[in-house]
Design a protein around this ligand. Sequence first.
Ligand code: SF4
Length: 466
Amino acid sequence: MNSNSPQFKMNAVSSLNNHQLQEALARAKSGFIDKRRKAMAAFSEFDVLRQQTKTIKDHTLNYLDFYLEQFEEKATEQGSQIYWARNATEACKHIVDICKSVDAQHVTKGKTMIGEEVGLNAALEKAGLIVTETDLGEYIIQLAKEPPSHIIAPAVHKTREQIADLFHQHHQTEVQTEIPALVAEAREVLREKFLAADVGITGANFLVAETGSVVLITNEGNGDLTNTLPRTHIVITSIEKVVPTLEDLTAFLRLLGRSASGQTMTAYSTFSAGPKRNEDKDGPETFHIVLVDNGRSGLLGGEFQDMLRCIRCGACLNHCPVYGSIGGHAYGWVYPGPMGSVLTPLLSGLSTSCDLPNASSLCGRCEDMCPMHIPLPRMLRTLRNKAHETKLSAWHIRWALGSWAWLATRPKLYQPVMAMSIWILAKLGRKGKFSYLPLAGGWTNSRDMPAPQGQTFMSQWKRSNS
Ligand code: SF4
């Protein structure tokens, strides 16, 4: 993990100066936003469904132990083997041990954010396994040796030309830049990997407690081939993915596709429950489910429990002006954008990521767009407060905010001091702006600060009411 604060600022500057990244981000951003807008315009039930799913998730989180045990019982009845992992080390150990127990050499993997979170690929490779990502975006970034930059579109930061170069280098084929040709090339390479795999690993979008089913949502069908062809299948999933019933699940499915990619429904919704039965034509011989906590149970019952409602749709990233400007890698860990700026400090510690809660204009679009109505701006402010109180934020910011708070809570002093300051600044900023201001270099380095017009709000208010 490298989500420390100085790195975030350097990453952000470097992202802003990366022209290829800016081109890729601009294209992706407008695509996501337009598709979601069109989908929502034809979906009058959005608010009702949003309230319904929020209620279901809040209820499930309040009784998470009950629903997880129910899921374990039902999944075991279906022949699945359940493993509990308190942290990343335990999760990786379970999975490596399963792979070793079946003498695996080749592993295919579907996209899994919890897999990224626990560093699964590194653990598998350290154990001598050959891992192939099968989601097209994940495959591209695996070739590029990069982490994902978006939770639903991992290679969104790459231009078509960059992908063509990667394929040319790794597949030793002609350079071709048309998307259908690139997709066909990847399909041909991946087909061999699917057939050679001893173990398939996927994540899960949802777990259904009443049936013990694992639900996987994809658009490429790679999850089904990863799930069905190898003789051993492993699901890695975090504990908050459980929902009580199949009927509850349908409400989430209707929201997820529209919020993520503007689709009424994603192309594949795969329900798996245990290994192949006698009457099944295909499927894995053994089916393992690794349930990962990794800090989530510590959020239950606290001021950040709402974050566990997240269904990883990516809408908050797509509508965030900060993410849209710097992309995902600048955030330094697995989860970018507004949800990452909350989740990363919660899971990895505020001391290594205290700049992330400040990576927001607090415009509130993330909360407006979030299908689970997660109060991201409120949580970002709470994390800022915590960074301030625990002296993790920079001393000059703490000093400035502390001084302002002291003054602002003394109105008889505050009003004349502000009137005087604004009068002085209005005189100094005769051109109507400042190109440089002490203590505000972060602002004036890249833009002008408008000069005050010479009156405080209070004096204008008094005048307009006199
Ligand atoms: S926080 Fe909300 S909008 Fe963002 S990924 Fe999670 S569910 Fe989607």
